[in-house]
Write a protein that binds this ligand. Structure first.
Ligand code: ADP
Ligand code: MG
Length: 268
């Protein structure tokens, strides 16, 4: 059984969003829907599943719906229609308490802006999320230390964020996401703000982490090279729709249509 299953997931932004559903059924484009109704299609009829231990990449240009899709997975955004299943159970049926627990234990998130507290040490930054979750002091220290070691920041616990390079700060963000060992880690453009060289190092480290931990990772990027390098599966999005899902080889060698063909054209 896949760990995450998404069925016919739709998110429309605007007032009375369900108005757009019959239009999507009829095959109206995002542009036409916006022109006629002022509604914005965020995600259009997304269907896919993620196997445990995979790095599942969501790729696409800016505005194609990547962040909306990933936020639908842990219900930071409520869908207009469709289904999200985690290990077979319906995420959309959870109450507030179940949802909090779900986000903590099952679907952790690393954000693009790593948003570290400048006046807290590296260790305190990683501990903070655990503290909010009510984990006691001794336990959270141990969890935070383990997580920092995992991302190669042992020895930096007592430094402050501004004493660290951008790459190291992003590692602190990653350590924070990993600290409570969620089943699935969602990473929204987590490396996009980094210099190309550091970014490559982080990709390597993520792959190494992955081979050690076998964690399921949903990784969002607008960068094709990054997607090809780290993805087990890649979903390419355009205007809210997934235009192709496949392995890097399939995306490169068997593009589903002209759009994918053009998207991968420049890769050598
Ligand atoms: P990406 O992450 O791929 O850049 P987004 O998921 O942020 O794309 O956006 C997808 C589409 O949904 C865009 O057209 C964007 O303008 C629109 N959108 C995203 N969030 C909102 C919102 N809160 N209100 C209205 N429109 C939104
Ligand atoms: Mg985004």
């Amino acid at each position: 059984m896949p760990i995450v299953e998404v069925k016919q997931l739709i998110k429309i932004f605007g007032s009375d969003p369900k108005r757009a559903l019959p239009l999507l059924e009829e095959g109206w484009t995002k542009e036409k829907i916006h022109k006629e109704t002022k509604l914005t299609v965020g995600v259009n009829q997304a269907t896919f599943s993620i196997e445990e231990g995979q790095i599942f990449v969501i790729m696409g240009l800016s505005g194609s719906g990547k962040s909306t899709l990933v936020r639908l997975l842990n219900r930071l955004i409520e869908p207009t229609s469709g289904q999200v299943l985690f290990n077979g159970s319906d995420v959309l049926k959870m109450n507030a308490e179940q949802l909090r627990k779900f986000r903590r234990k099952n679907m952790g998130m690393v954000f693009q802006k790593f948003a570290l507290f400048p006046h807290r040490t590296v260790l305190q930054n990683v501990e903070y999320g655990l503290e909010v979750q009510g984990i006691d002091k001794t336990k959270r220290r141990a969890m935070a230390m383990e997580s920092l070691e995992l991302v190669g920041l042992k020895g930096w616990e007592n430094s402050y964020p501004d004493q660290l390079s951008g790459g190291m700060q992003q590692r602190v963000g990653l350590a924070r996401g990993l600290a409570n060992d969620p089943d699935v880690l969602l990473m929204d453009e987590a490396f996009s703000a980094l210099d190309p060289l550091i970014r490559k190092d982080m990709q390597d480290e993520l792959l190494e982490l992955q081979s050690k931990m076998k964690k399921t990772i949903v990784f969002i990027t607008h960068d094709l090279d990054e997607a090809l390098r780290i993805g087990d599966q890649i979903a390419l999005m355009k205007d809210g729709s997934i235009v192709q899902i496949g392995t890097p080889e399939e995306i490169l060698m068997q593009p589903a249509n002209k759009y994918v063909e053009r998207f991968v054209e420049d890769v050598d």
